[in-house]
Design a protein around this ligand. Structure first.
Ligand code: GLY
Ligand code: MN
Ligand code: MN
Length: 422
């Protein structure tokens, strides 16, 4: 079981219970194991809300907040379970470990809730979304550490990458570095994409050969206490950027740094996304890949052929974290389709992850080619189809002043080359 920092979780439970004071009992069910096949289960990862309120990493538990009284329900285990799974804390031990008022068995839950008015799931969902969006200093401490370990793992992968290796060997370097630091869960399956695979946004195969002259894109992060790091770096496999790679990299880096510098409370994330599209459109114009007015390239969608994903998303217990509940829902104020629209607040943790990709499925699409033939230099873009893509992704905390960047992995061209050289 994880994390006896009882006061952190207790404060969050108190704050949730207060919202429903006099309105019913909060009942939250923890995660249950998911079967993989026959009697093998997937590695268990606790439900994010349950983790948020308890830090309990074991499956099959429930939490009840009845006014100021907190009851954790744990599965009753028999000798057979102990033979196969080992020691399970007694209720008295669990009570101390998790700082709740009482520990009962799950088979007693029904009776405990009988005749009680339970907070409706939608209201509970909304309250948790509101609370989880703004991170406490305790949560930020966990996120900082998850980021530091993931950053070191990225740097190790940069040093280790050599032509002739397979993508999964670098995945092994990254994943092992996190595990060796005691972070047993990754926040999502590591994306390790060499050459043209870098243009597959959620590439998963991770089995291709690393070739000299190509780029390697690694999007990977570990989690601590459930809190995710989500970091991407793109670097040259043989340690030196080519001219062409350097040019595209500089465009993505400029967009990312500008957006981090602008990120402030009150700003709407979609406006920041549009800003990143503008920087990328201008950069691609200077490289001769796009032509025309920047407004036209952004609003007409041509830039999306090269940058087809969001700039940012919330980060926390889920890698694509909750966006803060119903009261924070905003209409999209921009003229471009943007999925994540939030007014940034102090304590939000968000990613900043612009990218430029040469994606065959978009660049060779006859409808898109016709639509954007005035804006895109397709002859030139076609010559980049072996390039893959470049994404640079950091995790930042919105603060009253400048944002705090949690991610310290080399990203300036000379620093990346130095990191690759070890
Ligand atoms: N790693 C998934 C993402 O960057 O959103
Ligand atoms: Mn991300
Ligand atoms: Mn990512």
């Amino acid at each position: 079981m994880y994390n006896p920092r009882v006061s952190h979780y207790r404060a969050l439970r108190r704050s949730l219970a207060k919202r429903f004071s006099g309105r019913g009992v909060v009942h939250l069910r923890g995660g249950r194991p998911v079967p993989r096949n026959f009697d093998v289960e997937y590695a268990f990862r606790q439900n994010s809300d349950f983790l948020y309120l308890t830090g309990v990493e074991e499956p099959g538990c429930h939490l009840v907040l009845d006014g100021a009284r907190e009851i954790l329900f744990v599965p009753r285990v028999d000798a057979h379970h102990r033979v196969w799974e080992g020691h399970v804390p007694s209720p008295a031990q669990a009570k101390r470990l998790f700082g709740v008022d009482r520990v009962m068995y799950v088979d007693e839950l029904k009776k405990a809730l009988r005749g009680r008015r339970v907070v409706p799931p939608a209201a509970l969902r909304d309250a948790l979304d509101e609370m989880r969006a703004v991170k406490t200093e305790g949560e930020l401490g966990l996120m900082r550490r998850a980021n530091a370990v993931s950053a070191a793992a990225h740097a190790e992968a940069m040093r280790a990458a050599k032509p002739g290796m397979r993508e999964y060997e670098l995945q092994a370097v990254f994943d092992a570095a996190c595990l060796k630091a005691g972070l047993k869960h990754l926040a999502y399956p590591s994306i390790v994409a060499a050459g043209a695979n870098g243009a597959v946004l959620h590439y998963r195969k991770n089995d291709a050969l690393l070739k000299s002259g190509d780029l390697l894109l690694i999007d990977a992060g570990a989690e601590l206490g459930g809190y995710a790091a989500d970091i991407t770096r793109t670097f040259p496999i043989d340690g030196k950027f080519t001219r062409r790679q350097r040019d595209v990299y500089a465009v993505v880096l400029a967009a990312q740094k500008e957006c981090i510098a602008r990120a402030r409370p009150g700003l709407i994330s979609a406006d920041l996304h549009v800003h990143s599209m503008r920087v990328i459109a201008e950069g691609l114009k200077s490289l001769g890949l796009l032509r025309g007015s920047t407004d036209g390239l952004v609003e007409g969608g041509a830039v999306r052929l090269f940058y087809p994903h969001g700039l940012t998303h919330m980060l926390g217990l889920d890698v694509h974290d909750v966006v803060g509940g119903k009261r924070r829902v905003l209409p999209n104020p921009t003229k471009v389709p943007v999925r994540f629209v939030a007014r940034l607040e102090p304590g939000f943790v968000v990613t900043m992850e612009p990218g430029v990709y040469f994606i065959e499925a978009l660049l060779k699409d006859p409808v898109l080619r016709r639509k954007h033939r005035g804006s895109v230099n397709f002859a030139k873009a076609d010559s980049f189809l072996d390039f893959g893509g470049i994404r640079i992704e950091d995790d930042i905390v919105i603060r009253d002043g400048p944002a705090e960047n949690l991610t310290r992995v080399p990203k300036e061209i000379e620093d990346v080359e130095a990191a690759c050289a070890g």
